[in-house]
Design a protein around this ligand. Structure first.
Ligand code: COA
Length: 133
C-alpha cells in the first residue's frame, strides 16, 4: 500500500471539512467505510444541489475507491467537481484528502468516487435541470 504524501488542492475550495470522532470508528480507531461514503454523498450533493437550484436525490454511485484508511482525528477535506450533466442528472467526481492529526505536512488522498444525482421536485419526481447562462 503506497502512502504518498501530497498537498490538498490549492486552486479549489473544499465543499466539506470534517473530523471523524470515536463513534465513527471501529475498536481499532479505523473509520467505517460507510461513514466516509456518507460524507462523500453529502459533499457531492452540495455541488449538485447548487447546479439543480434545489433538491436532488442520489441515483447512482458509479465508482468508489478507498485508497487509504481514515483515522479518528484526521481532518478530512472533501473536494467535488461536476463532470457531466444531462437532462435531469448531474455527475460529480469527489476526492477526499486527510490531514493526519490535523498536520498539513501529512496529507494523503484517501478516497475517490463518482456519483450521479437527479434534480427532483417536491413530489420526489425527476425534473429538468434549470438552464444556466
Ligand atoms: C432519482 C429518481 C427520482 C429518478 O427517477 P426517474 O426520473 O424515473 O429515472 P430515470 O431512469 O428517468 O433517470 C433519470 C436520470 O438519471 C440517470 N440515471 C438513472 N440511473 C442511473 C445510473 N444507474 N447511473 C447513472 N445515471 C443514471 C438517467 O440517465 C437520467 O439522466 P438524464 O435525465 O440526465 O438523461 C428515482 O430513481 C428515485 O427516486 N430513486 C431513489 C433516490 C434516492 O432515494 N436516493 C437516496 C438513496 S436511498
Amino acid at each position: 500500500m503506497s502512502t504518498a504524501l501530497i498537498s490538498i488542492p490549492k486552486d479549489q475550495d473544499p465543499v466539506l471539512r470534517v473530523i471523524p470522532m470515536p463513534g465513527d470508528a471501529n475498536m481499532h480507531g479505523d473509520v467505517f467505510g460507510g461513514w466516509i461514503m456518507a460524507q462523500v454523498d453529502i459533499g457531492g450533493s452540495v455541488l449538485a444541489s447548487r447546479r439543480a437550484q434545489g433538491r436532488v436525490a442520489t441515483v447512482a454511485v458509479n465508482s468508489f475507491t478507498f485508497k487509504q484508511p481514515v483515522f479518528v482525528g484526521d481532518l478530512l477535506s472533501v473536494y467535488a467537481k461536476i463532470i457531466k450533466t444531462g437532462t435531469t442528472s448531474i455527475t460529480v467526481e469527489v476526492e477526499v484528502y486527510a490531514e493526519r492529526k490535523l498536520l498539513p505536512d501529512e496529507t494523503v488522498k484517501v478516497t475517490e468516487a463518482t456519483l450521479t444525482y437527479v434534480a427532483t421536485d417536491d413530489q420526489r419526481r425527476s425534473r429538468p435541470l434549470p438552464l444556466i447562462e
